[in-house]
Design a protein around this ligand. Structure first.
Ligand code: SAM
Length: 306
């Protein structure tokens, strides 16, 4: 293809059965199927290199740091002194990268189901993990995240759930249920905090509201929050469950102090002043979080609309 010519390759991401987002692809860098999922590395014109699992864009070079900073830092800063962190999923290693920025962390365990995805990330997504996959404080475990927590004996201060969206027949839908959040809560210390990605506030509002309701059924404090992620063409939802401290009550002063004391550097999205705004919702979203969604159970799972 000569310079200026545009490749005919299109990546079509279905958000619902009626709405899809199309990315024009310069080059398919990798495409394959592991024991658990279909994996693609797509070099796209507008968002650079993207990791796609089972047809869902996971992260892009253009803006992965928005999602990963939004997922990690509010929970890490809600805990006054997180020492042991569990990351469930997190295949690219970017969640681990962000958690390990907190100097108080003594040990992080990253539990991903799919060794092939992590090894591919180690080789081809260095700009995302930036060596975090080989960090001396990080222990890598390859197994189902729920089974790991069932077998884990000691408590974690923070559990970050960074798994794929709940897809029918996919590997992660049982990590969005009441049984899972009750299990996670039992593996957290008494000031423990859980954060989970909670899908799109636009295309899967029912799913987002249900995850928020279900976390709230397992934790005394539960807060839904969101951040716009350009490569997802959507505002993205997250939920924190906390056993003692309310993330939405943290002052910018306390956050700034904790960031400084822990030596958290190289942030591109999250700030002490932005924190509260993440938890401040427009009226329609407040209403939807109150009135929509249902309890997600193992025998009544929830799936993405597409
Ligand atoms: N940033 C992405 C997003 O937008 O949500 C997710 C990060 S990462 C690519 C998702 C990871 O979840 C994948 O590496 C996948 O292997 C892992 N995963 C899916 N189901 C899992 C399970 N049951 N236990 C552990 N890891 C799982």
């Amino acid at each position: 293809m000569s310079a200026g010519e545009v490749s005919p390759i299109l990546f079509v991401e279905h958000q619902t059965p009626y709405t899809s987002v199309t990315h024009r692809v310069r080059k398919v860098v990798y495409a394959g199927t592991t024991q658990y999922q279909r994996v693609e590395l797509l070099d796209t014109y507008d968002f650079g290199l993207c990791l796609v699992l089972d047809g869902k864009l996971q992260s892009s070079a253009f803006d992965e740091w928005i999602y990963h900073e939004a997922l990690v830092h509010p929970a890490m800063l809600t805990h006054p002194h997180p020492r042991r962190v569990a990351i469930i999923g997190g295949g690219e290693g970017a969640t681990a990268r962000e958690a390990l920025k907190h100097s108080c962390v003594e040990e992080a365990v990253m539990v991903d189901l799919d060794r092939e995805v992590v090894e591919l990330a180690r080789r081809r997504l260095r700009f995302m993990h930036r060596g975090a996959l080989d960090h001396p404080k990080l222990k890598l475990v390859f197994m189902d995240g729920r089974k790991f927590l069932e077998e884990a004996e000691h408590g974690f201060d923070v559990i970050i759930v960074d798994v794929t969206d709940p897809l029918a027949g996919g590997p992660s839908y049982l990590l969005y249920t009441k049984e899972f959040y009750d299990l996670a809560s039992s593996k957290l210390t008494e000031e423990g905090v859980l954060a989970t990605q909670a899908t799109s506030t636009t295309y899967s509002l029912e799913c987002f509201a249900s995850i928020a309701k279900t976390v709230a059924s397992s934790f005394p404090i539960a807060r839904a929050y969101k951040a716009w992620v350009p490569s997802y063409s959507s505002e993205w939802g997250f939920v924190i469950g906390s056993k003692r401290h309310d993330p939405a009550k943290l002052s910018a002063k306390t956050i700034a102090e904790r960031l400084r004391r822990r030596g958290v550097k190289a942030l591109k999205f999250y700030t002490a002043r932005l924190h509260r705004q993440l938890f401040t919702h427009p009226k329609y979203l407040e209403k939807a979080l109150k009135e929509r969604g249902r309890l997600i159970k193992d025998d009544q799972p929830i799936y993405m609309p597409a």
